[in-house]
Ligand binder design. Structure first.
Ligand code: ADP
Ligand code: MG
Length: 319
């Protein structure tokens, strides 16, 4: 398939937005951001064999390519609007591109983010998205805004994607399609089809001080908030939200470890003043999303994971 018919295949799937004056097809796109709003811009690349198993189905790759970028917009509290897609493909297979588009546009359409351009080249399989969104000036959820005394919260469950990846590496999880076992399937989907917490990020504007999405592991990502905010964090590992599937698969101790260190969950970790607890609990109910308080922002630096509150032993300090 020629490069142009490939681009046409992608273009045929794109939705419209009134603020796109010119989309795919010219040398560049023309956008009309809403007057008075700030533009939020992020980019993330997925490389085959590095960011996903090579045998991952095209539709899952399409979904995840956009999901990791939407997750960054969510962590900023931004409303998604536009994106570009740079594709490096070893060969231009029609069914692969169609599969990729199935996953990509299912997520794009669900969030009202529209593809406005990109680049298509031949090379090792690599997918790169630049995603753009908008926020009211001064309201973005930044990493540098945590305050001493804030609660630390996380959404959903942590560790599932890392456990799924380990299982794939160990040959006990097949990423090529649905698993029969419901718990294995839960873990597979958490790796293959992460859910970017866009509605949560939007709703946290005005409630949360700082936020980050958990892509590299809770300790690492919460560590970024600490470093940028000039504060420390104390978390109780016994409070970490673990899925039933994770606990059944590897047991509580390993599941907790995966929740602390494992990446690829794309949940949000955020800090908020204790006065907002009831509002945040209400938000969790409205979004039907578990929001769990796992610790507090303290004076100092780095993340301390200790069990003194829950009575569990073990103490770890991460700088
Ligand atoms: P140029 O050579 O001028 O950069 P291209 O031939 O690469 O233009 O692209 C033609 C049009 O198709 C442009 O509008 C570009 O943004 C768009 N495009 C190319 N690749 C993709 C892609 N993978 N996804 C979306 N749009 C693309
Ligand atoms: Mg050109």
């Amino acid at each position: 398939m020629a490069e142009f018919s490939l681009i046409d295949r992608i273009r045929a799937r794109t939705a419209a937005r009134a603020d796109i004056a010119l989309g795919i097809g010219d040398d560049a796109a023309l956008l009309q951001p809403q007057a008075g709003l700030q533009l939020v811009v992020t980019a993330d690349t997925l490389n085959s064999g590095v960011h996903f198993p090579p045998e991952t189905p095209a539709a899952d790759i399409g979904w995840k390519t956009l999901a990791v970028n939407l997750s960054d917009l969510a962590a900023m509290g931004a409303q998604p609007a536009w994106c570009t897609l740079a594709l490096s493909l070893p060969d231009a297979q029609e069914d692969w591109v169609d599969g990729f588009a199935d996953g990509f546009f299912a997520l794009a359409d669900a969030h009202g983010i529209v593809l406005i351009g990109g680049d298509t080249t031949r090379g090792p399989l690599s997918l790169s998205v630049t995603a753009m969104g908008q926020v009211t000036p001064g309201t973005a959820l930044r990493r540098d805004a945590a305050q001493i005394g804030d609660d630390i919260w996380v959404s959903g469950t942590l560790g599932d994607a890392a456990i799924a990846l380990r299982a794939w590496q160990g040959g006990t999880l097949d990423v090529r399609g649905p698993a029969e076992d419901a718990q294995v399937e839960h873990l597979r989907l958490r790796l293959a089809r992460p859910t970017p917490r866009v509605a949560l990020g939007r709703a946290l504007v005005g409630l949360a001080h700082a936020a980050v999405d958990v892509s590299d592991g809770l300790l690492a990502d919460l560590g970024h908030i600490c470093a940028r905010s000039g504060v420390g964090a104390r978390i109780d590992p016994a409070c970490l939200p673990l899925s039933a599937a994770a606990r059944a698969r590897v047991g509580d101790t390993h599941a907790r470890d995966a929740a602390l260190r494992g990446g690829d969950d794309y949940e949000l970790c955020f800090t908020a003043p204790p006065a907002k607890r009831a509002a945040i609990a209400g938000l969790g109910e409205r979004l039907v999303l578990h929001l769990t308080r796992i610790g507090e922002v303290v004076r100092g630096q780095g993340v301390v994971a200790d069990g003194s509150e829950s009575g569990t032993t073990g103490y770890e300090h991460f700088l």
